[in-house]
Design a protein around this ligand. Structure first.
Ligand SMILES: Nc1ncnc2c1ncn2[C@@H]1O[C@H](COP(=O)(O)OP(=O)(O)OP(=O)(O)O)[C@@H](O)[C@H]1O
Length: 256
């Protein structure tokens, strides 16, 4: 069996006449933190949508542990262990923090469409939700209404939701977006802790270059729908083609 938990083969997606993702071959190592970067409009979110099954490709394939999952319907994707966060916070604002996380645990437990679930099962889901809240340091806010959380804590809640869903692969779309600068190190520690403690694979789209450079082991750079470069943070920082693709941005200015 190969080391790759996710692979894409010549993955392509058109929107009308626009080719947003163009024959992308990606290989993500199990248990790694792998970042996808690239200028605005490079196709990063579309690639995430393809891997997580939110949209289907025009051509090409997505493999999970060597199995072709390209045509698996969306509602079965969570059961395959792929968890996805969004650029915009994706929580139920009027529910408590604990309720949000318990729903995720329940959804993975396949009880999501049953009105009545046994007390023992409910207790197990609550325990799993509390464990996830502990992991992200939000347990003390378990009974707070989600809408009232500060922004950084909402991002933590999203992570807890993914963890309670027991996904092996976390696809995080700009987890630091909208976060205050002083909260970013907390998120980095959290992601490193998740990776070390659970051996989950983390695939991250992120614009904050210092986050990418300090967190990722492998970086794939996209430009105009294609893979422009791939390598370690040091190799990508030194790559001339990458610098040119980012011309006029902070990266080109030498502050990756
Ligand atoms: N649903 C859609 N319909 C039409 N065009 C789309 C759609 N989604 C994305 N696109 C286009 O595909 C291209 C790639 O967009 P995508 O959002 O994947 O890029 P990105 O690298 O994630 O950008 P950003 O960093 O700004 O989030 C863009 O030109 C975008 O306008």
């Amino acid at each position: 069996m190969s080391d790759w938990i996710i692979e894409t083969h010549r993955l392509t997606r058109d929107f009308g006449s626009l080719r947003a993702v163009d024959q992308v071959d990606l290989q993500v190592r199990a248990g790694s933190i792998h970042a996808i970067i690239g200028p605005n409009g490079a196709g990063k979110t579309t690639l995430f949508n393809l891997i997580s099954g939110y949209i289907k490709p025009t051509a090409g394939r997505v493999l999970l542990r060597g199995q072709d999952i390209t045509r698996v319907p969306l509602h079965r994707m969570a059961h395959l262990g792929i968890g996805r966060s969004f650029q915009i916070t994706n929580i139920f604002p009027t529910l408590t923090v604990l309720e949000n996380v318990r729903l995720a645990a329940q959804a993975r437990g396949r009880d999501n469409f049953r009105l009545w679930t046994s007390a023992a099962k409910l207790r197990a889901y609550t325990e799993r939700a509390l464990a996830a809240l502990h992991q992200v340091g939000l347990h003390e806010r378990a009974l707070q209404i989600a809408a009232t959380l500060p922004h950084g804590d909402k991002r933590r809640l999203e992570l807890a939701i993914l963890l309670a869903g027991d996904a092996d692969i976390l696809l995080l779309d700009e987890p630091t977006a909208g976060m205050a600068t002083e909260q970013v190190p907390m998120l980095l520690d959290l992601l490193r802790g998740i990776r070390q403690g659970t051996n989950k694979t983390i695939l991250i789209v992120e614009h904050n270059m210092s986050v990418v450079m300090s967190l990722a082991e492998t970086i794939t750079v996209m430009h105009q729908g294609r893979v422009l470069a791939e390598g370690s943070p040091a190799a990508i920082s030194a790559n001339q083609a990458v610098r040119e693709a980012y011309l006029g941005t902070a990266f080109a200015g030498g502050q990756p």
